[in-house]
Design a protein around this ligand. Structure first.
Ligand SMILES: NC(=O)c1ccc[n+]([C@@H]2O[C@H](COP(=O)([O-])OP(=O)(O)OC[C@H]3O[C@@H](n4cnc5c(N)ncnc54)[C@H](OP(=O)(O)O)[C@@H]3O)[C@@H](O)[C@H]2O)c1
Length: 317
C-alpha cells in the first residue's frame, strides 16, 4: 500500500515509519523541516517538506504521492508542559486537529484516497468520575466529558471535531485514541520533570491513567490500514492510579520518589486541569481494539514498559 504519513518525525511517527516499511508499505512522510529530511530517508521513507496548515500545499503533496491511505499523526507538543493553561498549551495541536484534519481530508477526497487514519486521545476526554472507581474503565461507547474544566474546553472541542470529521467523511475513517504515550521521546518531558522534582503527586493521586507505548501506538496505526472503520481505544491492559505510575516512572528514570502535595496547594500551580487529571480521571478499556483492530500490545503493562522500553534520551540505562 502507498501510505502518506503526516507527522512522521514525532514521537509516534518515528516509530511508525519503520513498522510500515517492514510491513511492505511505501511511505511518503512529512516534516516541515529540511533538516529532518535525512532522518526520514534513513528510516526508509520518501520525505516531503510540508506545512499541514497550508491547504494548497497539502492538496498538491497528497495528489503527487497518490496514496492508498493517509495517516494523520500531527501534534505540536514539543516544549509544552503547562497543564494549568491547557488550551493555550494545546492551541497549535488543536489547529492541527481541526484545520490540519480538514486539509488532509479535502486532499484525500480530491485524490480519491480510500482510507484515513487519525490520532486522537483516550483518557480525560471521556470523562471524570466523581466517585473515581478504578475498576470501571471507559469504552468507546462512553460520551465525552460533558463538563470539562474551563481550560480544557477548546482542546476537547478539537478532539470532538477531528473524530466527527474523520468518521463521517466519505471514505474509510479510523480514529485511534491513544492513552498517555511513553517510550523514546514521548516520556522524555515527564522524566525531566520528575528528575527536577517538578512533577508531584497531587492529593491522593487516585486519578486513573491508561498508558500506551509508542511502539504499540505505531502498531495500531499499521493495523488500522486494513481494519474496519471506526473509533478504537489504543491503550495497554493496565489502567492504574497516577500515584503508582509516577512512582514507577521516577524509579525507572533513576529519580527520587515524587513528593505529594495537597490539592489546595496544587491548584494555583497546576490549575483545575492538573488537579482533575491527578485525582479524577478514569482508565480506558482496550477490548474493542484487541477484538476488531487485530492489534495486541507488545507492552501490555506500563510496569514492564517503564523498566525496559523507555529509551530515555542521553541515558545508558
Ligand atoms: N505524554 C504524552 O502523551 C506525549 C505524547 C507525545 C509527545 N509528548 C511530549 O511532547 C514532545 C514532542 O512530541 P513529538 O516528538 O511527537 O513532537 P510534536 O512537536 O508533537 O510533533 C509531532 C509531529 O507533528 C509534526 N508537525 C507539527 N506541526 C506541524 C505542521 N504545522 N505541519 C506539518 N507537520 C507538523 C511534526 O513535524 P516537524 O516538526 O518535523 O515539522 C512532527 O512530525 C515529546 O518530547 C514528549 O515529551 C508527550
Amino acid at each position: 500500500m502507498r501510505v502518506f504519513l503526516a507527522g512522521a518525525t514525532g514521537a509516534v511517527g518515528r516509530r511508525l515509519v519503520p513498522q510500515l516499511v517492514r510491513a511492505g508499505h511505501h511511505v511518503v512522510a512529512t516534516t516541515r523541516s529540511e533538516a529532518k529530511v535525512d532522518v526520514l530517508w534513513n528510516l526508509g521513507a520518501e520525505p516531503v517538506v510540508l506545512d499541514a496548515l497550508d491547504a494548497a500545499a497539502v492538496g498538491e503533496a497528497v495528489a503527487k504521492a497518490e496514496p492508498d491511505a493517509i495517516v494523520h499523526q500531527l501534534t505540536a507538543l514539543t516544549g509544552q508542559s503547562d497543564l494549568k493553561h491547557f488550551d493555550r498549551t494545546f492551541a497549535e495541536t488543536n489547529r492541527l486537529r481541526t484545520v490540519g484534519t480538514d486539509n488532509l481530508l479535502a486532499a484525500a477526497q480530491a485524490a480519491g484516497v480510500r482510507r484515513f487514519v487519525a490520532q486522537s486521545f483516550a483518557g480525560w476526554p471521556t470523562g471524570r468520575s466523581p466517585s473515581n472507581r478504578p475498576g470501571e474503565p471507559t469504552t468507546e461507547a462512553d460520551p465525552f466529558d460533558p463538563a470539562p474544566p474551563k481550560h480544557q474546553r477548546e482542546s476537547l472541542a478539537a478532539i470532538r471535531y477531528l473524530e466527527q470529521a474523520v468518521t463521517t467523511a466519505p471514505l474509510e475513517g479510523v480514529v485511534l485514541r491513544y492513552g498517555l504515550l511513553y517510550g523514546p521521546v514521548a516520556s522524555d518531558d515527564w522524566v525531566r520533570l520528575l528528575r527536577k522534582r517538578r512533577l508531584p503527586i497531587v492529593g491522593d493521586g487516585g486519578g486513573v491513567w491508561s498508558m500506551t507505548h509508542v511502539d504499540d501506538a505505531a502498531g495500531a496505526a499499521v493495523a488500522a490500514l486494513t481494519a474496519p472503520a471506526g473509533v478504537y481505544n489504543v491503550v495497554d491492559d493496565d489502567p492504574a492510579p497516577v500515584r503508582e505510575i509516577l512512582i514507577a516512572l521516577a524509579a525507572a528514570a533513576g529519580a527520587r520518589r515524587p513528593s505529594r502535595v495537597p490539592v489546595w496547594l496544587a491548584r494555583p500551580l497546576a490549575g483545575e486541569v492538573g488537579v482533575s487529571m491527578m485525582t479524577r480521571s478514569r482508565g480506558v478499556a482496550n477490548a474493542k481494539a484487541r477484538r476488531e483492530l487485530g492489534w495486541t500490545p507488545q507492552w501490555p503493562t506500563w510496569r514492564e514498559g517503564f523498566r525496559h522500553g523507555l529509551g530515555i534520551a542521553g541515558d545508558a540505562r
